[in-house]
Design a protein around this ligand. Sequence first.
Ligand SMILES: Nc1ncnc2c1ncn2[C@@H]1O[C@H](COP(=O)(O)OP(=O)(O)OP(=O)(O)O)[C@@H](O)[C@H]1O
Length: 312
Amino acid sequence: MILEVEGLTKRFAGRGKSVKVANDNLTFSIKEGEIFGLLGQNGAGKTTLVNQILGLITPDSGTINLLGESIIQSPARARSICSVQPQSQVPLGLLTPKQAVTLMGKMRAGKKFNPKRVDMLFEELNMDEWANVEGEKLSGGARRLTAFCMAVVAPGKLVILDEPTNDVDPVRRRYLWQVIRKLTNDGTSVILVTHNVVEAEKAVDRVAILHKGRLLTQGTPSEVKSKVRDQMRLEMNLLKDFDEIDMPTWTISSNRKGARIIMTIDQEQVSSTIDWVKDRVEKGFVMDYSLSPSTIEDVYIELTSGRWEWDE
Ligand SMILES: Nc1ncnc2c1ncn2[C@@H]1O[C@H](COP(=O)(O)OP(=O)(O)OP(=O)(O)O)[C@@H](O)[C@H]1O
């Protein structure tokens, strides 16, 4: 095992005398060469967990073992085993992507650093046009790709990527996932921290859903999806931002973001649901819709909306 976390709990002082449990008794492990997706909404406790793995903050209780040894006793060890792409943009100043990535490679690998690795990454991510542009002049996506390269130019045994594809265009996203897969084929493990459940579903080997400090479920994408095996999802876009749209009584769960609504239904309700949504299209409420088997996003919505029992 690369990483073994057991019973990890971290509390922070909240307002007044209240206490915020940011991580509540978390237990999970990550194998060699695995991409592990850590999903959770804002404030779920993801950054707190990552900071403890990196030895930046100390847990109140529980254990964290990296390559079989506790990092709580020797936090500096964590920084040599792990490399990280943080959530926030890395300040590059006047450094060009090539200079920044080379510098990071030299810092991490020392004499073993191979400068060809920088050229290879830039080529694989189609970043050559930005290689020698000053950091301040780069777009958000180019900066994020640079930060990604800095994390993987001389990767540790565990690479932690916090929202690596934010602001990155769809074509380069695909290249980025190819680079990550190559890393894991070489035995590196990856923790992908994200809100983007749809993207994570395609990329990860295993996934955990963190909500209000607790791990609600974990497993392979198909294990997690088996929770909604007999369900379908209806995704629809409203024509106008109607405040009130009546959901069918057989809706299992629904989630709305702006004009997009996702609802889950039982398979037996497919034909009634199609009748229902066609009627809303005719009445001018709904612009388009699609019906498909449930995804991890649906499990995520159901779990985090509190409809499900938590996995203990
Ligand atoms: N240093 C701190 N002091 C007090 N409370 C904190 C501290 N750090 C985090 N918290 C609280 O702990 C909870 C978990 O925060 P955390 O930053 O780990 O969430 P997150 O899942 O990373 O969120 P996001 O996706 O928004 O980055 C939040 O309620 C947050 O307000």
